[in-house]
Design a binder for this molecule. Structure first.
Ligand SMILES: C[S@@+](CC[C@H](N)C(=O)[O-])C[C@H]1O[C@@H](n2cnc3c(N)ncnc32)[C@H](O)[C@@H]1O
Ligand SMILES: [Zn+2]
Length: 361
C-alpha cells in the first residue's frame, strides 16, 4: 500500500481505512505545527500508518511508540516502521495498562467509536509533563450529533441537539469532555485545531499543567440553544426556556465548550506546512484550514442558510456571497464555516441575518 508516498503493508486482520487519509494528513500537519521535539505515542496504532507518517513527514518527532491491544497490529506496525527506516518502540496491550509505564508529549487516541473511556488513562501519559498535546478522534458521530439524549449523556454527560448546526454542537461536546478530564488532572486545555469531516470529529489540543488554567477552561463551558420555530439561536451559561424572538420553546444542547475551537496562529502554521507538502488532499486541506480560520472569534454556532430561510419563512434564499456581503454591509462580522458549505457564522442579530438571507431581485 502507499499513502502520501509512505509505503507500508496492510493485513486483513489489522484495521486500515484509506478514507482516513485526510484526517491523518491534517493531524500530521498539526504535529509539525507544534514544533519542539516530541515523544509521540500512537496508541490504537493498528498498521502504524499514522505514527509512521507523523515521524516521516515531520522533523520534530524525537521518538515514536506504538500501542495496540491486538498483537498482529503491533507486529505489523513494527514491520512497517522498519521498512520505513524508523526506530519505534511498541507495546501490545490495553492503553489503560500501558498508561502507567509510558510518557508522551503527543498522544494519539484513535479508537473505534468514542474516545471517552480512554481519556483518563490518556492523561496519565502526561503525568510528568508541564505541557503536552492530545489528538483525539471520535467516530460516534450518531451519538454526539444525534437526536437521542441518553447515549450522549452516558458517554459525554451532555445533551446533543440534532438541528442544522448539530456537527458543531457535537464537536463542542467532545471538546468539553477533554477539557473536563484535563481539569481533573489540574491541566488547562486550549484547542489548537478541531474539525468535523465525513464520519468523524477530530480535536488536537494543547494541555498545560496549572490549576488556574484548569479553572479558566471550566469557565468556557456552557450551553447553546435554538428555536425550532423561527431559527433564532444563542449561547451562554444557561439556556432560556423561551425564544427571545418568537416566544416559543427553545431547544438546547450542553454542557459544551463555548471557547475557541482553533488557535489562529496554529492554523496558519498548518497551512504553511500544507503548502510545502504534496498531499493528495492538499487543496481540500487548504480550503478546510481557511474556513476553520474564519471561525475564530465567532459565536459557537452557525446558520445553515437554507434551513434558516425555511424556519424564518423568508421565501427564496439569496446566494451565499450576497448574504455575506449584506451582513458585512450591516456592520457585523461574518464568515463561512468548515461545518457546512451553506453555513455562515456571524455576530449579527437574528433579524439582520434573516434580512440578509432573503432573496431580492
Ligand atoms: C480505528 S483503529 C486505529 C486506526 C489507526 N490509528 C489508523 O490511523 O490507521 C483502532 C485500533 O485500536 C485498537 N484498540 C482497541 N481497543 C484498544 C485499547 N483499549 N487499547 C489499545 N488499543 C486498542 C484496535 O485493535 C485497532 O487496531
Ligand atoms: Zn423563535
Amino acid at each position: 500500500m502507499i499513502e502520501e508516498s509512505i509505503k507500508f503493508s496492510a493485513s486483513k486482520n489489522v484495521f486500515y481505512n484509506p478514507n482516513m487519509r485526510f484526517c491523518r494528513s491534517m493531524s500530521s500537519l498539526a504535529v509539525g505545527a507544534i514544533g519542539g521535539k516530541l515523544d509521540v505515542v500512537d496508541a490504537f496504532c493498528a498498521s502504524g500508518i499514522r505514527g509512521i507518517r507523523y515521524a516521516k513527514e515531520n522533523k520534530n518527532v524525537k521518538s515514536l511508540t506504538f500501542i495496540d491491544i491486538e498483537k498482529p497490529a503491533i507486529t505489523l506496525a513494527k514491520k512497517n516502521a522498519k521498512a520505513n527506516r524508523l526506530k519505534a518502540d511498541a507495546a501490545v496491550g490495553n492503553i489503560s495498562r500501558v498508561a502507567f509505564e509510558q510518557t508522551a508529549d503527543f498522544l494519539e487516541i484513535d479508537p473505534f467509536g468514542t474516545p471517552s473511556p480512554y481519556l483518563i488513562d490518556g492523561f496519565r501519559f502526561f503525568n510528568t509533563k508541564k505541557k503536552a498535546y492530545l489528538s483525539a478522534t471520535a467516530t460516534d458521530v450518531a451519538v454526539l450529533c444525534g437526536g437521542k439524549v441518553a447515549p450522549c449523556m452516558k458517554n459525554y454527560h451532555s445533551k446533543p441537539l440534532n438541528n442544522d448546526f448539530t456537527h458543531e454542537t457535537g464537536l463542542r461536546i467532545l471538546i468539553k469532555k477533554i477539557a473536563e478530564t484535563a481539569a481533573e488532572f489540574n491541566m488547562g486545555m486550549k484547542p489548537l485545531a478541531s474539525f468535523s469531516d465525513r464520519h468523524y470529529l477530530k480535536v488536537v489540543a494543547e494541555v498545560t499543567r496549572s490549576a488556574d488554567l484548569a479553572y479558566k477552561s471550566m469557565k468556557s463551558i456552557g450551553h447553546v440553544w435554538s428555536c425550532p420555530s423561527c431559527g433564532d439561536r444563542g449561547s451562554g451559561d444557561f439556556p432560556p426556556e423561551k425564544c427571545s424572538n418568537c416566544g416559543k420553546d427553545n431547544e438546547y444542547a450542553g454542557p459544551l465548550w463555548l471557547g475557541e475551537i482553533h488557535d489562529k496562529a496554529f492554523l496558519k502554521m498548518m497551512s504553511a506546512l500544507n503548502r510545502k507538502r504534496r498531499y493528495e488532499d492538499k487543496d481540500e486541506i487548504a480550503d478546510m484550514l481557511s474556513a476553520m480560520g474564519g471561525e475564530v472569534g465567532m459565536p459557537p454556532y452557525f446558520y445553515n442558510v437554507h434551513a434558516l430561510c425555511k424556519m424564518a419563512k423568508a421565501g427564496a434564499v439569496a446566494p451565499l456571497e450576497n448574504i455575506i456581503e449584506s451582513i458585512k454591509a450591516s456592520g457585523h462580522k461574518v464568515a463561512r464555516t468548515h461545518f457546512s458549505p451553506i453555513g455562515i457564522k456571524t455576530d449579527a442579530p437574528y433579524d439582520a441575518v434573516v434580512k440578509a438571507i432573503r432573496w431580492r431581485s
